[in-house]
Design a protein. Structure first.
Length: 234
């Protein structure tokens, strides 16, 4: 699919990976609607990119948003939709564990209510994460939620063809989700990526490039594209 002139909705499109994807699409000539819970905080969006407020957990709000923007050709979700519970599962607060699955509910809502307004040969991309397929201590909640998203996409791909749906799975990416700043931030990323085949944190734009590939390549559906610096192999 050539994205020039196509209409795209990017959930979580005003920050981090979602913002990088919004910028890439706009540069390619797409008509982009960047959706966020707090669009007034958006910074760095080019002129011509529309912003809308919506939470992916608000089903009625999402349904209304998609109906209002219909029809559209591209649907992307990089919205977190909830918390990320980190730590040993056997010691985990189960409310925190359940909170990690709000991302699954959010993505399910996006696909469920967005597909009916997607163009016949349109494309959906969801941004998940590498812990879905590489087990590490303390990441049971995040990994289980990511695995659920990847499995959902494979099933949905069968049902919605010739529309397409794929997952992009980032590893450690330098985004605003990291609360540390300055030297502490740099050291944290160095510790977490030192054993990677590409020993550094990725950039949001490197993930956005993979999202664009999943949109533009009409022969790719129902699969997961890894952007992790070789994290899965270490």
């Amino acid at each position: 699919m050539d994205v020039a002139g196509k209409k795209a909705i990017v959930l979580g499109g005003t920050s981090g990976i979602g913002l990088a994807t919004t910028l890439r699409l706009a540069e390619r000539g797409a008509e982009v609607v960047a959706v966020s819970r707090n669009p007034d905080r958006a910074d760095g969006l080019p002129a011509g990119v529309a912003t809308r407020a919506c939470d992916v957990l608000d089903r009625d709000g999402l349904a209304a948003l998609f109906a209002d923007c219909a029809p559209f050709d591209i649907l992307i979700s990089a919205a977190t939709g909830g918390d990320r519970a980190i730590g040993p599962f056997t010691e985990m607060d189960m409310d925190g564990f359940e909170g990690s699955f709000r991302k699954v509910w959010g993505y399910a809502n996006v696909v469920r209510f967005g597909t009916e307004h997607l163009a016949e040969h349109g494309a959906i991309v969801l941004v998940s994460g590498s812990p879905a397929r590489r087990e590490r201590p303390g990441l049971a909640a995040v990994g289980a939620a990511g695995a659920a998203i990847e499995t959902l996409v494979r099933y949905v791909a069968i049902e919605i063809a010739p529309k397409r749906i794929n997952v992009v799975s980032p590893g450690v990416i330098d985004t605003p989700m990291m609360p540390l700043q300055g030297e502490a931030r740099a050291k944290a990323y160095e510790r977490s990526t030192s054993a990677h085949l590409v020993p550094r944190a990725g950039a949001p734009d490197e993930v956005a490039q993979a999202v664009l590939f999943a949109i533009e390549n009409d022969f790719v559906t129902g699969t997961t594209i890894d952007v992790d610096g070789g994290w899965l192999l270490t």
